[in-house]
Design a binder for this molecule. Structure first.
Ligand SMILES: [Zn+2]
Length: 277
């Protein structure tokens, strides 16, 4: 399913596949004066491609990172010889996409191989200037794009109040990318894969994460285990968070957020529903 909103020359395209008649997770992609930023998921790739064709010509596609809910329709642009740009690290994943587990195949779909060109600094496409900034944290290959006063941030900030993390996410790196890269830029709008926010929201995001990090560290230094800390600070959370933990087979957990803010991130997902610490 696709929904399109327009703000001047910017088209916000919300895309998501329906499971049992409803969309479980929407992902935003964007079209601005011929530039497409991110590509939704493959389960709705045809709809996305047609929606963009109906808006205008796609002159280039820019991908923020390799996750399946951001690259879905890119192979269709490949077929039309539209250039696809991504970080050097992302291009490797796009060429040979990693196999994803079943629940993600149902919600988003397994990406197809995509040929993309590496981009690292600034590039101009038909008079639109696009600046590229490395912003690791959500994934190691992640970049954001700046066009005028708009920042296209992919999943660098997945939620303004994170209570859960993906096993591969590094929240200390996310903090570093947001504080030292995003906040140094001149911008008014943050246009992400799952949220749209203003500068003030990003300041509050940093404040929330810093406070959470301090409370986690305090409890850890008092001898609390990771599970104790998780239960103390992250038990009163929205249902959606608990659902993600339940269905993701160990890929998303509240305790990963705690570990990562302590600098104890592990690179592999933990087996079973609970960790050992
Ligand atoms: Zn992602």
């Amino acid at each position: 399913m696709i929904k399109i909103q327009r703000r001047g020359d910017l088209h916000i395209i919300k895309a998501g596949s329906e499971v049992s008649g409803r969309v479980i997770m929407w992902t935003n992609l964007y079209y601005y004066r011929g530039i497409v930023i991110d590509c939704g998921c493959i389960n709705v790739a045809d709809e996305i491609f047609k929606a963009i064709e109906s808006i205008g010509e796609a002159k280039a596609v820019f991908i923020t990172h390799h996750h399946e809910d951001h690259v879905g329709a890119a192979h269709l642009f490949n077929r039309k010889q539209v250039k696809i740009y991504a970080s050097k690290e992302t291009t490797k994943f796009l060429k040979d996409p990693p196999a994803i587990p079943e629940y993600r195949r149902i919600v988003w779909g397994q990406p197809k191989p995509i040929e993309a060109e590496p981009v690292s600094n600034s590039i101009t496409v038909d008079e639109v200037d696009i600046d590229v900034f490395k912003t690791p944290g959500h994934s190691p290959d992640h970049v954001i794009y700046k066009i005028g006063d708009m920042l296209f941030t992919g999943d660098l900030i997945g939620s303004l109040k994170p209570r859960i993390a993906y096993y591969d996410e590094d929240y200390l790196e996310i903090l570093n990318s947001v504080e030292n890269i995003v906040m140094k830029l001149n911008f008014t709008a943050v246009l992400g894969g799952h949220l749209i926010a203003a500068k003030e929201d990003i300041i509050n995001f940093i404040r929330y994460l810093r406070t959470l990090k301090n409370r986690i560290t305090e409890l850890y230094n008092q001898g609390y285990t990771i599970d104790d800390i998780t239960n103390t600070l992250l038990s009163n959370v929205p249902k959606k968070v608990l659902m993600m933990e339940a269905v993701s087979r160990g890929e998303w957990k509240r305790r990963y957020l705690v570990k990562s803010l302590l600098g104890l991130k592990s690179d592999t997902k933990e087996s079973g529903n609970r960790g050992t610490q």
